[in-house]
Design a binder for this molecule. Structure first.
Ligand SMILES: *Cc1c(COP(=O)(O)O)cnc(C)c1O
Length: 438
């Protein structure tokens, strides 16, 4: 038989949709069965045409696809990369408290029996932590959008040319500004912006001065920008609010642990009128965007119709409230990202040694963990890593493709595991995965 004849014979031998579907009758809804069986048969035909021999029958493939519908594609992974706020792995890992099931007092004031406000569940906590009124929306980008839309739509916003940044995944300050209806007025030059540049750019249409934390980007060498307090003084003198997009928004001082991020409170103390930052970066909570500052400005933001469109869901409120309470009570163990930043070097060395001792050919090496999450890239913390034996790319791939997936990193020809981002409770599962592949 010639190759084309062989191919058409094998294609003809594939079962019909009805033949395969019959086996699943009663176990899954008919429509789902037909869709998955068709997809399974299409995949088999494609394999045959490409000259590959299929590893599974149509029944097996369809069964796997139907079973796949019963599982979430969003699953837990072991993060052994050492990047604490890993954007691809959900940024700040969440602590364990399960969300409220059933009904809740989301917008109900139990004491009075009347309607309540959903932001009451976090407003007081944020005020205690920041010393100012605050609200929360869907994420940092939504916070920037809401602030610009309410405070500057139809007018101009002054921004230093050195701060017109893209943070990642297409979040560009000029684009958000355009969408909010505010016009951008660039000030100074890329490397140097002086207070005078802001003053000279002010005009009738100026509504807001915006300062943006450069996050994952740094200008070095011949640079200058005004101190925050100087900019705040200019804002006050001219009656134009100063708004700072802080990005990561650190609420507790992590400088003793090597993360050199300014505190949100320091910006407010320097006289900034409004700040915003993410919930899932150095705050250590769920995805959210927090806006805090002058009472009159926060009140305006809350009244803007877009606030309703960008508001938080009850699952997030529950999780954010848990994080904020843990921050107030300094229970770092309940905020995994902060707990990971605070792990002493000696503990990391012991954990790396204990892992390596059980893996033949593994070695412990000095290395760095990254804070990640748009915090400055050079912000790294000293750590102790386990260098795995074997072909780095193959080991990295096998670890990633198993269950649970283990995400490692490759450096200097080795697959590396950083114990800092591995929860101690995950170590047994990690060992089991390592033993199965090495
Ligand atoms: C991360 C970041 C944002 C966006 O925040 P998301 O929560 O990711 O939407 C905005 N501005 C700065 C400076 C950032 O670092």
């Amino acid at each position: 038989m010639t190759a084309p004849e062989e191919l058409s014979r094998r294609l003809r031998e594939l079962p019909s949709v009805d033949e395969v579907a019959g086996q699943f009758a009663g176990r899954y809804p008919h429509e789902a069965v037909v869709r998955e069986v068709r997809a399974a048969l299409a995949a088999l035909r494609e394999d045959l045409r490409a000259g590959r021999s299929p590893a599974q029958t149509a029944w097996e493939l369809a069964e796997a696809r139907l079973r796949g519908l019963e599982r979430s594609s969003l699953r837990g992974v072991i993060n052994a990369t050492g990047v604490i706020l890993h954007t691809n792995l959900g940024r700040a890992p969440l602590g364990g408290a399960p969300p409220v099931a059933g009904y809740s007092n989301l917008e109900y004031d139990i004491a009075s029996g009347k309607r309540g406000k959903r932001d009451a569940h976090i407003g007081g906590l944020l005020r205690n932590l920041l010393g100012s009124p605050a609200i929360a929306v869907n994420n940092g980008a939504a916070a920037v959008f809401l602030a610009l839309h309410e405070l500057a739509a139809g007018g101009e916003v002054l921004v230093s040319r050195g701060e017109l940044i893209e943070i990642g995944d297409g979040f560009r300050i000029p684009d958000i500004m355009r969408a909010s209806g505010a016009a951008l007025r660039e000030v100074g030059t890329t490397n140097r912006t002086r207070l005078e540049d802001y003053r000279e750019a002010m005009g009738e249409r100026t509504r807001l001065i915006l300062r943006v934390h450069p996050s994952n980007f740094r200008i070095e060498g011949f640079t200058a920008k005004p101190e925050l307090a100087e900019l705040a003084a200019l804002a006050r003198e001219s009656g134009i609010p100063l708004y700072e997009d802080l990005g990561s928004g650190c609420l507790v001082d992590l400088r003793p642990f090597g993360v050199k991020e300014p505190l949100v409170r320091e910006s407010l103390d320097a006289g900034v009128d409004l700040v915003s930052f993410s919930g899932d970066k150095l705050l250590g909570g769920p995805q959210a965007g927090i806006l805090a500052g002058r009472e009159d400005l926060v009140t305006r933001l809350r009244r803007n119709p877009m606030f309703r469109a960008l508001r938080l869901d009850k699952l997030i409120l529950e999780s954010l409230s848990a994080t904020l309470r843990a921050l107030l009570l300094e229970r770092w163990d309940l905020i995994p990202a902060l707990a990971m930043i605070r792990i002493p070097g000696e503990t990391l060395r012991q954990r790396a040694n204990a892992l390596a001792a059980r893996i033949p050919g593994a070695a412990v090496v000095e290395g760095r963990s990254l804070s990640g999450g748009g915090a400055t890239p050079e912000q790294s913390l000293p750590s102790w890593l386990v260098a795995l034996p074997g072909d780095a790319a193959a080991v990295e791939r096998q670890l990633r493709l198993g269950d649970p997936p283990v995400i490692s990193r490759i450096e200097d020809g080795h697959a590396l595991l950083d114990p800092r981002t591995v929860f101690p409770a995950e170590e047994d599962a990690l060992m089991a995965r390592l033993q199965s592949i090495l």
